[in-house]
Every structure is written in structure tokens, then in C-alpha cells.
Ligand binder design. Structure first.
Ligand code: ATP
Length: 283
């Protein structure tokens, strides 16, 4: 490892967080961003974004179209290099890491536009998620030695267990592209979970889901947090989901956080009502 990288890997803690759930206090926030920002030419898409997430916190980011929500996800996963600011994952600076390295460090995400391998089966899509935890050994793989089969069987079982979360074991052999839309969204979440994240970023997980599916998703988001003991940050336009499942909500307008608080605080914040909720007719 180069000395520059070694320096980046130093464990740091940024500002003292004030919105972290009580149960997570005393532990280093799993995800921190400070003064994060990015300009695209003359456009400041995100400016001075700050977050400190507890290890089992569920938070939401809301805001009108074009407010910068997806850009923040791209900054938190190093898809975009920030113009300003810092992101720490579990206390380690992600600057200079590749997208894959950031995933291995512990951030997984889903996308606004579903990105599955549509020609592969449902189980194969989950296996892709396990990717880096499979100990690839050319010798055992090429000659199909016992180690190869043992590992394959283990990951097959683990994939089916994950599929059980969304009651999708029955689809294991179906082509991902043939699943109904809501099921494809659920599979994307499972594939992200298969990478073993500490933080899960969900970009509009309820998009295209009917009210019953959204209600079920809400329960499953909580279940995933409880079973896997991870933090979840979601972007969502469905206010029922955001207000129903998030402990902390941040409101973004023109790339800046204009309000942050509990769902109740956000729904009663005049700035939010004026800038966003009023326009969208929430409740
Ligand atoms: N790669 C890029 N190059 C130039 N401008 C970009 C780029 N990515 C995002 N933007 C701009 O940054 C702003 C924020 O976009 P972003 O997609 O993050 O908004 P959003 O809040 O996720 O919107 P939506 O709710 O519609 O998904 C927009 O003005 C967008 O056009």
C-alpha cells in the first residue's frame, strides 16, 4: 500500500453527531459526510452536505426532482469524485477508492433504474452479489475439486436464505428479466445485501410498487435493519414510506439540506412545507 493510501486509511471521527438514535450512541457513526459538494461546470449540484449515521439507523433523503439526491448517492459511493468535502465509512476515508473498493469497505446500493442481469436467473443475480466473498481458487475451480462444490453448495444455500427475506425462493430459477417489476426491485435489494454491507443505500425502492407492496417493503426495510444490524439510507418520493420507516429525514433543495429532523419535525417545518411538501401535497 502506498503511503498516500495508508494515510487515507487512518480512522477518523468528524463532527459530534446529534441526530443519531440513542441505541447507536457511543459507537463510531457508520457513515459520515462533511461539507460534501460537487460542481458540474457552473452548476453546484450538491453543496455542504453533512451526515452522521448511527450503525442501525434508517434515514431518508427527500427533495424535488433535480435537488441532488442521486448525486449524493454517487458521491457516497465514489461514482463521482467530490469537488469538496469528505466521506468516512466506518471511520475510514473513502477518497481515492474505486467504486468496487468502496463496496467491499461496506456500502451497497440499488439504483433508480433497476440494474439487474436480466438474462441471468434470480439466484445467479444474488450470487453475483456474493462475488467478493467467494474464495476463488483457480485450481479447485478448473478441476472442480471438492472445495469447489462445497463452496458452491454453501453459496447456493446462502442465496436461498436471502431470497426467503422477500419470499422469493420460488423464483430462484426464473430469469430476473421475467419477474414483475416490484419483484425486480426486491431482488436488487437482495443482491445489494449479498455484498455484506454496513450501509445500504436505496434509490427510490418503492418506485413502481403498488400500495400493498410498498407497505410490505416498509416492514422489510425494518426487518433487514434488525436482522443484519446495518444502517439504511433511502431516497424516496413516496412520503408514506419515508415518514413511516425513517427515523431521521433530510430535505434537499437545490443541492443543499434545508431541514433535518424526525418525520414529525419535517412535516411541520415551514421551510419544508414551502419548498417541497406544500408543492407535492403530502398527506
Ligand atoms: N453527471 C452529471 N453532469 C452534469 N449534471 C449532472 C450530472 N449528474 C447530475 N447532474 C445535475 O445535478 C442536479 C441534481 O441531479 P440529481 O439526479 O442528483 O437529482 P435528484 O434529486 O436525484 O432528482 P430525481 O428526484 O429527479 O431523481 C441536476 O440538475 C442534474 O441535472
Amino acid at each position: 500500500m502506498s503511503s498516500a493510501n495508508a494515510k487515507r486509511d487512518v480512522l477518523v471521527q468528524l463532527e459530534t453527531p446529534n441526530l443519531i438514535p440513542e441505541r447507536d450512541l457511543g459507537q463510531i457513526p457508520v457513515l459520515q459526510a462533511q461539507h460534501l459538494g460537487i460542481d458540474f461546470g457552473g452548476l453546484t449540484a450538491v453543496d455542504d452536505f453533512n451526515i452522521a449515521m448511527g450503525r442501525t439507523e434508517i434515514s431518508g433523503l427527500i427533495g424535488p426532482n433535480g435537488a441532488g439526491k442521486t448525486t449524493i448517492f454517487n458521491l457516497l459511493t465514489n461514482v463521482y469524485r467530490p469537488t469538496r468535502g469528505t466521506v468516512l465509512l466506518d471511520g475510514y476515508d473513502i477518497a481515492g477508492k474505486s467504486v468496487t473498493e468502496v463496496n467491499h469497505m461496506g456500502i451497497a446500493r440499488t439504483f433508480q433504474n433497476i440494474r439487474l442481469f436480466s438474462q441471468m436467473t434470480v439466484e445467479e443475480n444474488v450470487l453475483v452479489g456474493f462475488g467478493h466473498s467467494m474464495k476463488s481458487n483457480l485450481l479447485t475451480d478448473v478441476f472442480r475439486l471438492p472445495g469447489h462444490w462445497k463452496q458452491e453448495a454453501e453459496f447456493h444455500d446462502k442465496a436461498l436464505e436471502l431470497l426467503d427475506i422477500f419470499d422469493m425462493r420460488k423464483y430462484a430459477d426464473a430469469k430476473a428479466g421475467n419477474l414483475p417489476y416490484g419483484a425486480q426491485r426486491r431482488l436488487e435489494i437482495l443482491r445489494a445485501l449479498a455484498t455484506g454491507p454496513k450501509v445500504l443505500l436505496l434509490d427510490e425502492p418503492a418506485a413502481g410498487m403498488n400500495p400493498a407492496e410498498t407497505e410490505e417493503l416498509m416492514e422489510n426495510i425494518r426487518r433487514i435493519r434488525d436482522e443484519f444490524r446495518i444502517a439504511i439510507l433511502l431516497i424516496e418520493h413516496d412520503m408514506g414510506l419515508v415518514m413511516g420507516v425513517c427515523e431521521v429525514v433530510g430535505v434537499l433543495d437545490y443541492g443543499r439540506i434545508i431541514a433535518k429532523g424526525t418525520p414529525e419535525e419535517i412535516q411541520n417545518d415551514p421551510k419544508v412545507i414551502e419548498a417541497y411538501l406544500g408543492k407535492q401535497g403530502v398527506n
